[in-house]
Ligand binder design. Structure first.
Ligand code: KIV
Ligand code: ZN
Length: 546
């Protein structure tokens, strides 16, 4: 039976995490999975279990924490389906099965390329060999799990007659979801929708499966192609928050969901996503991946609801619908409000966090409240934006191998000098001073002389959270370790495991941008160490002073 809504299959934690520099720690992945569950997505592709023991552990943890009962705040009483990707190889399928086993609804998503260019150059397999492998591996996956999804990779460039045969083989072997990936973002909407219509007409037994689509954004058409597919009968769309993913990314979850919602007159079918949580989910993913959302990004960009032109403002004052097709509240982008001040108590602070969608308690609340009090001493009026920056600075950070205790900087036209004091992994406090080309350079050199994790700074951005001279400054950095022993694993094609340089991000917020800069850099260093440690749990002291 076909679902009565469009299923949202979120791949932020799998395809999204493959974006260079978007590597997340296990606890960040879990936080994202909880947010996706609250958001109401149907399926969470939690990772590619066979990529590494660490990836397997991360998928399993999500299956246990989110896949058994969902999470508080999820509107559906059923937990989301937890899925792991697997190449069409027995060992991959076994790892995927192990990882999703704890979930109430587990899914194995297996794939094999079908396009002529992939068959000939990558797989070196004939059509018949590909068909046999699909049948064999889908059946193998079904021996572990009832819910199996099959993807003919590069379906967008596969001959239609062969695609029919490939999908028929998958259905006969027991696949319940047939995902049609436009792996290289090559197709255009009419063509892609037309392909879905042809599949429905020509693949025997296709009515027994749910048709899914997975569109990449190389030509900027991923959302348009996905929507066209829905119009032609697709009932699952694979998406990622903020559209992150390989190269130009995947179709963006928030854009697909809101297009189906705003134009329900046209599509007559919607998703089960709670749209009021979209902004929050976008912010979280941006923070933990370090992938900044462009201000003019649809739905969740900072300017998505800003009206600058006088004529527009005039129209808006007369009637909101003159220039607005959806209300900011519908996507959880409330107006910035002046909320709290020096005398606000812990209770008021906690309440405001709940209203902003962060039901934090315990240790997390203590830390965030302590930061809030410090900020309130410096800044008279604290806005929602300040509160959100503090919360994400406090809570969405990697484990602290190295902690910033103190920093002193002297700068001017002479010799910018920085002294930093850090607490290291062994709990001892260490101090270093360095001269640099500017204060930030001096701080980073001083940090490096203590942590000994040689890395090149490849991006540094600073922005103010709110207006005013007392505003919080938020710094984001991206760094690449100089020794690339941990080059980005190519999760889909592990034979290219060392071909991509790994990039790590960090962010920090403070009223002093030099302190924010130090925090951001240390966060990136801590991320390098956290991910290295997850791969080799025995080397806890990795990176400590030699
Ligand atoms: O883009 C793609 O083809 C994929 C598959 C693994 C579904 O990500
Ligand atoms: Zn993909």
């Amino acid at each position: 039976m076909q679902p009565d809504h469009v299923r949202i299959f979120d791949t932020t934690l799998r395809d999204g995490e493959q974006s260079p520099g978007a590597t997340m720690t296990s606890s960040e992945k879990l936080e994202v999975a909880k947010t996706l569950s609250r958001l109401g997505v149907d399926i969470i592709e939690a990772g590619f279990a066979a990529a590494s023991p660490d990836d397997l552990r991360a998928v399993k943890t999500i299956a246990e924490a989110v896949g058994v009962t969902g999470v508080e705040g999820r509107t559906s009483s059923e937990p989301p389906t937890i899925c792991s990707l697997a190449r069409a190889h027995k060992p991959d399928i076994e790892k995927a099965a192990e990882a999703v086993a704890p979930a109430k609804h587990g899914r194995i998503h297996t794939f094999l390329a079908t396009s002529p260019i992939h068959r000939e150059h990558k797989l070196r397999m004939s059509r018949d060999q590909v068909l046999a492998k699909i049948g064999e591996m889908v059946a193998y996956a079904r021996s572990f799990c009832d819910d199996v999804e099959f993807s003919p990779e590069d379906a967008g460039r596969t001959e239609m007659d062969f695609l029919y045969e490939a999908l028929q083989a998958a259905i006969e072997a027991g696949a319940r979801t047939l995902n049609i990936p436009d792996t290289v973002g090559y197709t255009i909407p009419e063509e892609f929708g037309g392909r879905i219509a042809l599949l429905r007409e020509n693949v025997p037994g296709i009515e027994k499966a749910v048709i899914s689509v997975h569109c990449h954004n190389d030509l900027g058409l991923a959302v348009a192609n996905s929507l066209s597919a829905v119009q032609h009968g697709a009932r699952q769309v694979e998406v990622a928050i903020n559209g992150i993913g390989e190269r130009a990314g995947n179709a963006s979850l928030e854009e697909v969901v809101m297009a189906l919602h705003v134009r329900r007159d046209l599509y007559s079918i919607e998703t089960k996503v709670d749209t009021t949580q979209l902004t929050r989910a976008s912010r979280l993913v941006s923070k933990v991946t370090g992938m900044v959302v462009q201000p003019n990004k649809a739905i969740v960009g900072a300017n998505a609801f800003a009206h600058e032109a006088g004529i527009h403002q005039d129209g808006m004052l007369k009637h909101e619908e003159t220039y607005e097709i959806m209300r900011p509240e519908t996507v959880g982008a409330g107006q910035t409000q002046l909320v709290l001040g020096k005398h606000s108590g812990r209770h008021a602070f906690a309440n405001r966090l709940v209203e902003l969608g962060y039901p934090i308690s315990g240790d997390g609340l203590d830390k965030a409240f302590a930061r809030f009090k410090k900020l309130a001493d410096k800044k008279k009026l604290i806005t929602d934006a300040d509160v959100l920056a503090l919360v994400s600075d406090e809570l969405y950070q990697p484990e602290e191998f190295w902690r910033l205790d103190a920093i002193q900087v002297g700068c001017g036209t002479g010799m910018p000098t920085a002294t930093v004091r850090l607490t290291g992994p062994d709990g001892a406090s260490q101090t270093a001073a360095e001269v640099g080309t500017g204060p930030v350079d001096a701080v980073y050199k001083a940090i490096q002389s203590l942590v000994h994790v040689p890395a090149t700074l490849i991006e540094y951005t600073v922005q103010s959270v709110t207006e005013g001279i007392d505003a919080l400054g938020e710094v984001s950095v991206r760094v690449a370790p100089d020794e690339q022993s941990d080059a980005e694993p190519d999760k889909i094609n592990p034979q290219y495991a060392h071909s991509r340089a790994r990039v790590y991000h960090g962010h920090g917020a403070h009223t002093d941008v030099i302190v924010a800069s130090a925090k951001a850099y240390l966060a990136a260093i801590n991320r390098i160490l956290a991910i290295r440690e997850a791969k080799q749990p025995e080397s806890k002291a990795a990176g400590s002073a030699a």
